[in-house]
Write a protein that binds this ligand. Sequence first.
Ligand SMILES: CC(C)(CO)C(=O)C(=O)O
Length: 359
Amino acid sequence: MGSLAESPKANVLIVGSGGVGTMAAYSLEKGGKARVTAVLRSNFAAVEKNGFQINSLDHGNIQGWRPSEIMNSIPDVSKQHNIRPYDYVVVTTKNIADVSPGVSEIIAPAISPGHTTIALVQNGLNIERRVIEAFPSNPVISGVSFIGATEGPKGTIKHDDHDVLIVGAFKNPNISPDVSETSAKRFVELYGSCAGIDCMYEPDVKFTRWRKLLYNSSYNTVATILHMDTSRMRVSEHIIDDLIRPIMMEIRAAAAAAGVNLPLELIDKMIFADTFEAFFKPSMLQDIERGNYIEFENIVGEPLREAERLGVPAPTLRVVYGMLRGIQWKVREAKGLVKVPTSPGGLKYGGANVKRNVT
Ligand SMILES: CC(C)(CO)C(=O)C(=O)O
């Protein structure tokens, strides 16, 4: 248990211990400057028994590894008085904005107001808004990750793409920018002390997030709709020409209207980002293949809303958004959260009073 006794190490809680979260826990512990508690859910029993089995491009083969502590639920720091306040709560779960509970509700018990820095290592745009609203006195920092790391079976991690983490401070209007920036830089020191990985501080968080969207808004989404890896899309050529490149251009135009200049060269760089041999499946495709919710609101919904608010045409994003919303609806149905009626009475579209009028 994180003791109240003075410890020179930062006290870190990681929420979400799949591929990305486990590798973050590993790097933070190996760097020697953080004591990590990981909150595990479906993999708790497996990890409690055998630890993590990690096959890592950056760190090699590690069997039976455990962070300092594991828990199977979020600790409540206001009630569990033997826990030292967390200096950082690192969120590596998916950010599913349209499904409750949201990130803020999940992490709330672990946050000490005015003390804990909340690090959002997640994809998407405007993910900090609700978190800053919920925790106005806490620094909130951004982690844009380029790692390739997946879990399966439970407790077994395959880390096959180099760990690159770009960190910066979100603007929290309630606290001094210096406090948030210092906290972001300290996080880089904690994470970056681990050998073999790249963790850097980048103050321009808006730029970093829009740049990553070039990839996530296009490849993640089209891969999910078509159930296709990025190499096959490149072989087809027309998927790149009809969908991937147009989406990237719409993101670039929306970013420009929002004051972020994404150089044109970045488009080709992102199109060819994955090595061909990887037959890479972006995380959203992996999520849907597992029957999980997809994080389409922050990856497509938010940039689309920004584009429309700023008067930038984004027709491809709009169609892709509608399709992903439909896919999410099907996930809800599969989880039993949508009940499809057996007769049309009361339906808005084609309800009881609507006669079939197509002849
Ligand atoms: C960087 C990359 C491609 C892998 O982590 C990603 O962001 C994703 O698949 O969502």
